[in-house]
Design a binder for this molecule. Sequence first.
Ligand code: ZN
Length: 369
Amino acid sequence: MIMKHHQYLYILLGFILFSCNPGRNNNPEPFPEPEDGYPENIIFFIGDGMGPAHVTAAETVNNGLNITSLSTTGLMTTHAADRSVTESAASATAMTTGVKTNYKMLGVNPDGEILKNIFEYLHERGYATGLITTTFLQGATPAAFYAHAELRDMYEDISVQMAHSEVDVLIGGGSFWLNEREDGLNLIDTMTSRGYSYYEHINDVPLDESGKLLVVQAQYRLPGIEDDRGDYLQQALSRALSRLDKTRQPWFLMVENEHIDLRGHDNLQDEMLAEVVDLDLTVGNALSYAATNQKTLIVVAGDHETGGFSITGGNVFEGTVEGDFQGDNHTAVMVPVYADGPGASYFSGVYDNTDMFRKFTDLLKINAH
Ligand SMILES: [Zn+2]
């Protein structure tokens, strides 16, 4: 194909404009004041790999979900800066920094420049923060709230950043990169000397204690529900809420169930749906908490879809689902977002994953644009 000169010019102009603006939108449309008020605290649930069919199928087999009872519903696009089908690092970076980055990059833009994330803004303003996950704490989703790395699997480096972060409550797995490190450092000791109380099991954490909390319950990931993970996620939520409340500061807590994604990769439908139901039970507990602390906003979102899962049969009246997986990796379909509580109205409609950052920061009155 022969291009005319002006076509070259447009391509060049487009390239220059794109290159000059790799960061946030400097002049976004201001959100109107939320009719449902501003939250003091936010609980952000991430169902890793949870697409619309995962929620539909879990609702069928479970005869209803807490997630779908939330007052507001939206849909979110998830593409990475360099491709349509994303993964958890690029997706979480979009949500925590408001900037699209490349596949597998964490807390940095496509040029590798560090992006300030929402927790870093919140710590400056005296917020307490917490992270709960069923995978290792250095996993891409939780790590996007405290770390910056050119690649998500730089676990030793990410662990050092975690050990020196200001996050108040950390509950997950990943002791291998904390105390079996190549450099011989013991980062659990580092964290206890920084004031964290440390436990190897969530049930050992006393409910009446206050202060910073580190629970590392597995060398790598925690097991799945089918392997007796039990009520870990619900216990982690109640322990985290208790700690965060005792700070007497406003707070932001992220809770991730990574195993929805893992079982989606494995194409294990029953196990995958059990993970959605486990996340949903935890959302139910958060709703009960929010009934007593009405300044709390609850948001539930997938970070991308996993498995190309679809529902091809079954009986909705009998609670059965015949599902099918298109493949064993992620897809680019929009993921559902649900919200309830003050500011929930911001999460209706169709938007991009980078908009999550602006919704959260606007609701917490942080000028981060
Ligand atoms: Zn995945």
